[in-house]
Design a binder for this molecule. Structure first.
Ligand SMILES: NC(=O)C1=CN([C@@H]2O[C@H](COP(=O)(O)OP(=O)(O)OC[C@H]3O[C@@H](n4cnc5c(N)ncnc54)[C@H](O)[C@@H]3O)[C@@H](O)[C@H]2O)C=CC1
Ligand SMILES: NCC(=O)COP(=O)(O)O
Length: 360
């Protein structure tokens, strides 16, 4: 694991505050790898020495069971649950490792809901969430597309977005990708992509780049929707009919932002890949990319940065980050789950929380 400390944000926005960031961590679906990656992360050397408090929301019993199961496994380094601060949410559900179901969904929902309530009450500055299974939430009667939507609903915000942030270990360039649409069927995507939605996401992204990352003159790349960005209307009309006019208008309204024309989606990711891997070509990377739908944005993110990208919810009244992967039911309880993306999620949460505290 080669993790570089902090510096996702520009030096302009570094915190001036001396007050300690308070971070809530949820263990996610207890049938998945959440307990393992949280305990591994809390023992990681990159977190030691941070002027931060960590509080874990979850069932103490599952944390203890994971610790007991894995503590002698190949010299794994994990925090002892007895040594960490835990808000014990005992759901009395019978969990089977590797099987996400109604019981595991009810439990993971309860952990997150409690963490949100305490954060909205002012007890925490940020929430780092381990992964949940949306299907398990559904089985437990919680009809949300994901954790993001619950966070937004409880916070009473409509203007929010899913931004993936990954810092290259090769070049230090930071790869940021906002998804315009997220967890919807592919057949719904073009119905939900409207000029209003894209304008809202662009503005949300510009504000987050400024407020969270200290970037005053952002360079933002926008993906097309259709193959070849529509090939002048021959392969789809959205780019011609409204996306390009919207971008032209946006540029006039925001002369500080440098926004591209719709880039053909198949070539959009060539420059970020160069900026990620080659220090001499890091300048080719933009400050952020706006992808039109889930897999258009997340295939390149996970190809380049699966072990370190962070899922960040922007637009909330508090900081929320999460690893970029899911519950990994296929490997839970085996001791092989990589905590790197969770460690990055914690480091980014601390950094963003400090930025907000310094700005307030
Ligand atoms: N932030 C969140 O809460 C997310 C939740 N999910 C949920 O996770 C569940 C499973 O989704 P999948 O598509 O299977 O994706 P996944 O990310 O859970 O697993 C995909 C593959 O990557 C491996 N993998 C994932 N994380 C790993 C880690 N830390 N270390 C080593 N290997 C790892 C898994 O073993 C599996 O082979 C779904 O129910 C989905 O809703 C998926 C993505 C994000
Ligand atoms: N693919 C990203 C993802 O599933 C994250 O969902 P969320 O639970 O953070 O809303």
């Amino acid at each position: 694991m080669n993790i570089l400390r902090n510096d996702y944000t520009s030096s302009r926005s570094k915190s001036q505050s001396n007050s300690r960031a308070r971070i809530a961590l949820t263990i996610g679906d207890p049938a998945g790898i959440g307990t393992e990656i949280i305990l591994k992360s809390l023992a990681d050397r990159h977190l030691l020495g941070l002027d931060t408090t960590f509080t874990v929301f979850g069932d103490r019993r599952y944390l203890g069971e994971t610790y007991d199961l894995l503590r002698n496994h190949n010299n794994l380094l994990m925090a002892d649950p007895d040594s960490i601060e835990i808000v014990d949410i005992c759901t009395n559900e019978e969990i089977s490792l590797g099987i996400g179901n109604r019981a595991s969904g009810a439990a993971s929902f309860a952990y997150l809901d409690a963490a949100i309530a305490q954060t909205l009450s002012g007890n925490f500055d940020a929430i780092v969430t381990a992964p949940i299974a949306k299907s398990a939430w559904k089985q437990a009667g919680h009809d949300y597309a994901g954790q993001t939507e619950l966070l937004a609903e409880r916070s009473q915000v409509d203007d929010f977005g899913m931004l993936f942030v990954g810092k290259s270990p090769h070049t230090d360039w930071v790869f940021r990708t906002l998804l315009a649409t997220v967890h919807i069927p592919l057949s719904e995507v073009t119905k939900q992509l409207t000029p209003e939605l894209i304008e809202q996401k662009l503005e949300l992204l510009r504000r987050s780049l400024l407020q969270d990352f200290g970037i005053t003159n952002p360079r933002i790349a926008i993906s097309g929707i259709n193959p070849h960005s529509g090939e002048q209307g021959q392969l789809g009309r959205e780019e011609r009919d409204w996306l390009q006019p919207l971008i032209d208008r946006y540029r006039q309204q925001h002369p500080n932002a440098q926004v591209t024309n719709p880039i053909p989606p198949d070539t959009m990711w060539i420059n970020p890949a160069k900026a990620w891997s080659d220090r001499d070509r890091a300048h080719l990377g933009y400050d952020a990319y706006l992808a039109m739908y889930h897999d258009q944005g997340l295939i390149p993110v996970k190809l380049l940065a699966f072990d370190r990208a962070v899922n960040t919810t922007i637009g909330l009244p508090f900081v929320r980050t999460s690893p970029d992967h899911g519950t990994a039911f296929d490997i839970s309880g085996k001791g092989i789950a990589d905590p790197a993306s969770t460690i990055e999620a914690i480091l980014l949460a601390v950094e963003l929380a400090n930025v907000r505290k310094g700005n307030s």
